[in-house]
Design a protein around this ligand. Structure first.
Ligand SMILES: Cc1ncc(COP(=O)(O)O)c(C=O)c1O
Length: 354
């Protein structure tokens, strides 16, 4: 740290992204990326957009909003675009939390939430997940503040139903609820339709997982036009050109591929169930994941050592050295071949433990 760094951030612990190693080729099951490449139409759109690099992109991202309207029936004035959903989550912490309105979220959830709270200097109220890792909605409802819920949750993969989200949103119209649906397309229920009915609900989604575009950095928030205006104010106060020309064009092309996207999500869900059964047969305990990852522990394995043993065998998964979950690993659902390799390595690790 230099002597010029503001003391405001001296104690800030930033987010630690999953490893992106370059030392050798791994079976990469650690950052919940899609195992499927984008279709050629998306590559062609990106290449064509690069020809106009000389020019700034459209700050309103209108082409993208219109394409989203065609694909998902969302009105353009009910959507705002972010450089990945992380940017919009940060804006939501800025917009809807302050000294009087804490950020409320579970103890085990997306690791960026505490960082967004810290960088925006807002207090937090942490609500422990229940013993079975389900969200304690009753306690959440009694806790004042803006609620941030990843649904499905990360890294557990457990989803709340739309009815459960609605009960929370309805319980207090004066409280903001932000639902982070990064993984919703893999088998959970979206709360997006509820945003038409409630003015205190923001739903944040991403192209990084189900649309195979983590590298393009495209996220969007859906909500009442007044909420969208809040986030637009912050976006124009930070970086009105937050989506590049290439991202806008590629995103627009991907929105023409909804059928392919749905088929791929179904394929990931089916690989997830197959892998889950194979792990359960080997004695693993798993959470009921509705996302594109599994969260698992084995009674005979230490989580940290299991992660290292897999890495030695060329397989990268994610281990969180945190209370309650240190014996778990989070495993992204890759291609069927990747998962076969993974299960084979798990078998050999269990053999070695005997
Ligand atoms: C729960 C959750 N929300 C948001 C994100 C961020 O996604 P994006 O790539 O859109 O910034 C992630 C990324 O892994 C995530 O796990």
């Amino acid at each position: 740290m230099s002597r010029f760094f503001s003391p405001r951030f001296a104690a800030l612990t930033p987010y630690t992204p999953g490893e992106q190693p370059r030392d050798k080729k791994y079976v990469k099951l650690n950052t919940n990326e899609s195992p499927y490449d984008v279709p050629e139409s998306v590559v062609r759109a990106a290449e064509a957009a690069a020809r106009d690099f000389r020019l700034y992109p459209d700050p309103t991202c209108l082409a993208l909003s219109k394409a989203l309207g065609r694909a998902e029936g969302i009105d353009p004035d009910r959507v705002v675009w972010g450089n990945g959903s992380d940017e919009l989550l940060n804006f939501a912490f800025m917009a809807y939390c302050d000294g009087n309105t804490p950020a409320v979220f579970p103890d085990i959830t997306y690791g960026f939430y505490p960082v967004f709270a810290a960088v925006n200097r807002v207090p937090t109220r942490i609500i422990p997940l229940r013993e079975d890792f389900s969200v304690d909605l009753a306690t959440m409802m009694k806790t004042p503040g803006t609620v941030f819920l990843a649904n499905p949750n990360a890294p557990t993969g457990i989803a709340l139903s739309r009815d459960q989200v609605e009960r929370l949103v309805q319980s207090d119209p004066d409280r903001m609820v932000v639902v982070d649906e990064a993984y919703v397309d893999f088998g959970a229920e979206t709360s997006a339709p509820l945003t038409e009915k409630y003015k205190n609900l923001l739903v944040i989604r991403t192209f990084s997982k189900s649309r195979s575009m983590a590298g393009a950095r495209i996220g969007y928030a859906i909500g009442d036009p007044e909420l969208i205006q809040d986030l637009e104010t912050l976006r124009y106060a930070n970086n009105p050109y937050n989506l590049s020309r290439v991202a806008i064009a590629a995103g627009e092309a991907m929105l023409e591929e909804e059928k392919l996207m749905r088929e791929r999500c179904a394929a990931v869900a089916s690989t997830r169930e197959e892998t889950s059964r194979a792990l359960a047969d080997l004695g693993f305990v798993l959470t009921p994941s509705r996302s594109n990852f599994l969260f698992a522990r084995h009674p005979a394995l230490d989580g940290g050592k299991f992660y290292r043993d897999l890495k030695d065998r060329g397989i990268l998964v994610r281990h969180f050295d945190l209370p309650r979950i240190k014996d778990y690993v989070r495993v992204t659902v890759g291609s069927p071949e990747d998962m076969e390799t993974f299960v084979k390595s798990v078998r050999s690790i269990l053999e070695d433990e005997k």
